[in-house]
Design a binder for this molecule. Structure first.
Ligand code: CP
Length: 315
């Protein structure tokens, strides 16, 4: 594997989940693969889980891991081709990415969307420039439109915890005060549509996701109907796709509560984290027996390790 940006880069998602679960049982079995190999983890945006879990996964495989918070510690990057750099930018992404590729064997990149220009975000302008210029395999640490390591960890979690062969999985929109990217719900939808699950997306009118990511899902504006008999509820806020990047008024009653869990099949509640308590998800859910959010975050390590192992095997 030379590129991991979406579910489309994976030939067999069930085999990748099985790899992740095998690595969880025996994390240090493949240390020879990463000997004398280095990964560079480049962040243009903040992170807790992705940074720590990917660094740990690389170390488990015997790799060296270097982290660069390029937005704070690097030179101000110019992204536009042909720019006359007489403003605040100091280094062009063409040189920055190429130079990083000289020091490492694999690069991980996190680059969030601006949520201003939909075409720029959905063509993955920044992320794709790293891929184009760095010259080494690239793993997405979350791009403008997808978060595949999170989605793989989510599928690992569902596979581990399911009590039915084909569980009902519901992705439900949740309230927030800020405009958040569509990357996590896009990516989760894309992976669930390929997984052996009964998948429903529930959101208020106006929060339709780009259909490229939701093909095969049942989509409804009725949260109560969606939650009935659910085995897993994936809670996440996202801003509107049209009008792009907007937070629409209302919908505070979409926050998940214990009352709403009553119609489910004792559903396990997931969230990628970080989560704003009592805005996006209630204390009673997060502190109650149905929440698996910390377990899910723990699985980020094994998801990252399964992907890095595949990349090391193809170097
Ligand atoms: N879920 C997730 O990606 O967490 P971080 O933003 O902390 O990495």
């Amino acid at each position: 594997m030379k590129l991991f940006t979406s579910v489309h880069d994976v030939t067999d998602i069930n085999a990748l989940v099985a790899d992740a679960l095998a690595l969880k049982k025996d994390p240090f079995a493949h240390q020879h693969l990463g000997k004398n190999k280095t990964i560079g983890l480049v962040f243009l945006n903040p992170s807790l889980r992705t940074r720590m879990s990917t660094q740990k996964a690389a170390t488990n495989l015997g790799m060296n891991a270097m982290v660069l918070n390029i937005d704070k510690e690097g030179w101000a990057l110019e992204l536009r081709d042909g720019a006359i750099m007489n403003g605040t930018t100091v280094e062009h992404i063409r040189e920055a990415a190429a130079v990083l590729g000289q020091y490492v064997d694999i690069i991980g990149v996190r680059s969030f969307p601006g949520l201003k220009d939909r075409e720029e975000d959905y063509t993955e302008t920044v992320f794709n420039k790293f891929v184009e210029f760095c010259g080494v395999p690239v793993v997405s640490l979350e791009s403008a439109t997808r978060h595949p390591l999170q989605s793989l960890a989510d599928l690992v979690t569902i596979t581990e915890l399911k009590t039915r062969t084909r569980p009902k999985v519901v992705l439900t929109w949740a309230p927030h005060i800020k405009a958040l990217p569509q990357a996590v719900p896009n990516s989760f939808a894309e992976w669930m549509c390929k997984a052996d699950v009964d998948f429903t997306i529930a959101h208020p009118a106006g929060y339709e996701l780009n259909t490229d990511f939701t093909n095969g899902a049942t989509i409804t504006h009725d949260q109560d109907a969606a939650l009935a008999d659910a085995d897993f509820i994936y809670v996440k806020n996202w801003s509107a796709y049209e009008p792009y990047g907007q937070v629409l008024p209302g919908n505070e009653d979409w926050m998940l509560t214990n009352e709403k869990l009553k119609s489910t099949n004792n559903a396990k509640v997931m969230h990628c984290l970080p989560v704003r308590r009592n805005l996006e998800l209630s204390d009673e859910i997060l502190d109650g027996p149905n929440s698996v959010v910390v377990h899910e975050a723990g699985n980020r390590e094994w998801a990252a390790q399964a992907v890095l192992k595949k990349m090391l095997e193809s170097l």
